[in-house]
Design a protein around this ligand. Structure first.
Ligand SMILES: [Cu+2]
Length: 120
């Protein structure tokens, strides 16, 4: 008799975990999450990237990790692509993975945000 509560708890736990796995799959089928390594330097770069990329097609969320310079973007599947978002990043003047920054856009950035500067 003492074993019953444990079995019930396990059953509840498993069904909760299983339910979560299913709901995660549902959101995964509608959105895509990508990471792009950028050449961002400071807070201003972070703000510039986040504000501008937020207006790209299908983008639901965008966040730059200032330490790793990795931009994490979530967007609606089929509405955009990693290639396209990388291009958008280069057009703002930043490198996106192996894609180099658009030279003109980069040169228009405040000098403190241009490549080769130390974080400040
Ligand atoms: Cu900057």
């Amino acid at each position: 008799m003492k074993k019953y509560p444990i079995i019930i708890m396990l059953a509840v736990l498993i069904s909760v975990l299983y339910g979560k796995a299913i709901s995660a799959q549902v959101t995964d089928s509608k959105t895509e999450k990508i990471e792009i390594k950028t050449s961002a330097i400071c807070d201003m770069c972070k703000e510039r990237l986040e504000k501008n990329i937020a207006f790209e097609k299908g983008v639901k969320s965008v966040e730059l990790d200032e330490k790793t310079k990795v931009l994490t973007i979530t967007f609606k599947k089929g509405k955009n692509s990693k290639e396209n978002l990388k291009k958008a990043v280069t057009k703002l003047g930043y490198d996106a993975d192996e894609m180099p920054a658009d030279k003109k856009a980069h040169d228009r950035l405040p000098s403190c945000c241009q490549k080769g500067n130390e974080p400040h």
